[in-house]
Design a protein around this ligand. Structure first.
Ligand SMILES: Nc1ncnc2c1ncn2[C@@H]1O[C@H](COP(=O)(O)OP(=O)(O)OP(=O)(O)O)[C@@H](O)[C@H]1O
Ligand SMILES: [Mg+2]
Length: 351
């Protein structure tokens, strides 16, 4: 069952179209992640779901209840939706404990215990309870904001870049912890992020926005492997894109003749491979292609090589592409190598 239905939502600010006919279903208990470049409309969409913006057209329903349509709107405070805004938006005149306890009905020691448990759940030390928001780091403020939203036991949780102020290690740990917390509480969640690895790891459903439009949605693995277009492909990770001639499940390209997922398409197209589908191989492997390493980018456990292809059809085609290799054994720049392709390439849409 779908908790939230976003139906043909549009919104403009003057001449600026912020949302253009957005449609998306968010299943009950799921984690939906919205990604997209800056200015693509992510925050506007969350604010509309929370009830702080109103659409020019379209409607929203939550568990069958209409939140907003062309005739009426449920006020934000009656929606039972938790919202952690991009900047945390703590009340500056309240301590951490009072921010988290804002809206709790409990009093006395029950209230104190509840606040303590909420602080624990977002890894905030108990000695921070009496601090003021300006005495906290950006990441601590985000966690107070999250605890305040969790305190309301919302039907739906909206998180706008909630981990952006955290360092890489804490960010990964917080992401896992919050995912577990929300899952245990059975709270349907929509998270907005710029970070593609965060999006891919947190989401059950991933939605990509661009220029106010929702350009593709689905399971993160499907979007990573089968993006509709080159921009989406590159937004979700590194991509090797090249022209090819497609025929009967094969692509003829600078890598030779390689298998392709073409859904029956024949003719000229752009194909995409992820760098991890290309590997250095022995000359006697099937489907190899000659190349020369032009750059080696050492990243510890992996190494990204830029190689220049010497295609079978054109002895020095000069096409450069990325290949991953294990860090310790990666060949230096200038080495002649052989490449092989694992798994099929993907045909990008031509529009
Ligand atoms: N109140 C407003 N008045 C005028 N324009 C606005 C307003 N709010 C948003 N916009 C514009 O609408 C577009 C979408 O903005 P939004 O904040 O939703 O983007 P975003 O995807 O959240 O970006 P970011 O990743 O930078 O947070 C932008 O072009 C922005 O300038
Ligand atoms: Mg935003």
């Amino acid at each position: 069952m779908n908790a939230l239905e976003i139906i043909s939502l549009s919104k403009s600010f003057g001449a600026q179209t912020a949302l253009d006919n957005i449609c998306l279903s968010v299943p009950t208990g799921s984690r939906t992640v919205i990604v997209g470049p800056s200015g693509s409309g992510k925050t506007t969409l969350l604010r509309m779901i929370a009830g702080f913006e109103f659409p020019d057209a379209g409607s929203l329903t939550l568990n069958g209840q209409t939140l907003v349509d062309s005739t009426h709107a449920v006020p934000a405070y009656q929606r039972q939706i938790g919202y952690v805004p991009q900047d945390g938006a703590l009340f500056p005149h309240m301590t951490v404990a009072d921010n988290i306890g804002f809206g709790l009905t409990e009093t006395g020691s029950t209230r104190t215990e509840r606040i303590q448990a909420l602080m624990d759940s977002v890894a905030l030390n108990a000695n921070m309870a009496k601090r003021w928001p300006h005495e906290l780091s950006g990441g601590q403020q985000q966690r107070v904001s999250l605890a305040r939203a969790l305190a309301q036991q919302p039907r739906l949780m909206l998180l706008d870049e909630p981990f952006s102020a955290l360092d890489t290690g804490l960010r990964g740990a917080m992401r896992k912890m919050v995912a577990r917390l929300l899952e245990d509480a059975g709270v349907t969640t929509i998270l907005v992020t710029h970070d593609q690895s965060e999006a891919l790891s947190f989401a059950d459903q991933l939605a990509v926005m661009r220029d106010g439009r929702l350009v593709q949605s689905g399971h993160p693995m499907d979007l990573y492997r089968y993006p509709d277009d080159e921009q989406t492909a590159r937004f979700l990770g590194e991509a090797v894109v090249m022209p090819a001639q497609i025929e009967a499940g094969w692509a003829l390209c600078d890598l030779g003749r390689i298998p392709v997922n073409s859904n029956g398409f024949c003719g000229d197209a752009q194909i995409m491979l992820r760098p991890e589908q290309l590997r250095l191989s022995d000359a006697d492997d099937a489907h190899t292609c000659n190349a020369v390493v032009t750059e080696r980018d050492f990243g510890g456990n992996t190494c990204t090589l830029t190689v220049e292809l010497h295609a079978p059809t054109q002895p020095a085609c000069g096409r450069s592409l990325l290949v991953r290799s294990t860090g310790m054994h990666a060949p230096p720049a200038g080495s002649a190598v052989q490449l092989s392709v694992s798994g099929p390439a993907h045909v990008l849409s031509t529009s």
